[in-house]
Design a protein around this ligand. Sequence first.
Ligand SMILES: O=C(O)[C@H](O)[C@@H](O)[C@H](O)[C@H](O)COP(=O)(O)O
Length: 257
Amino acid sequence: MTEAPGVRLVVVHPDKEVLAQAAAARLLTRVLDVQSVRSPVHVVLTGGTVGIATLAAVAASPLVPAVDWSGVHLWWGDERFLPDGDPDRNETQAREALLDGLVAEHGLPAANVHPMPGPTSVATPEEGAAAYAALLAEHAQGAAPAVPAFDVLLLGMGPDGHVASLFPGHEGLTAQGTTTGVHGSPKPPPERVSLTFDAIRAAREVWVVAAGAEKADRVAAALAGDPVTEVPAAGAVGQARTLWLLDLDAAGATSPE
Ligand SMILES: O=C(O)[C@H](O)[C@@H](O)[C@H](O)[C@H](O)COP(=O)(O)O
């Protein structure tokens, strides 16, 4: 299905557990659908509570063996600039929730997992961003911007409206190229690596997943099209489809306590 670019579809689920289960089912279905017409499939993962809960729900799904994981590449929208194995790295959490199991038991090649570099391998977030941009370009097949054709790009959204590590009022919002180093993030840790909006908007599908009443105000602002400088999530738009997957609280359908 292809909607008009810029149109956002909103799907609301009863609570954050059902949201994670439904996002997982959608993700597996999307990968299966794409695999029926092309390979490889490129998926961009997000950190955050709903993002990781979605990966845990994927791991528990009976559909896992239906996917040909040898043809799936996994990327990240952002990473906390922390050493390899740090429990606060988005990569570490995703590996524990899903990826280690896919590699060990379901034929996902370890080389298809593409974490963003941290201080274990580079000196600064900028160096990490440059190395990741080069890796993305290797898989881009000449596309501009130089990123693979992401089939699904998952994003969590913070209560301030940030997506990936693109924060309100920060210079990363206007960064050129496909990746950027981030300093002074209001959400710890302060140093991060992130995809830019150019890279995010190159995705075929962008899915924003968000739960909780503390996000309702920024969800409404993003959907109303408030300026990206104030609500970065408003700028998260896919080429063919933009999906907002919410729970009732984030959709503002419950009264604040
Ligand atoms: O590194 C991170 O923290 C992120 O990738 C970030 O963009 C996250 O997705 C949102 O902050 C939502 O996180 P929650 O779902 O935990 O609120």
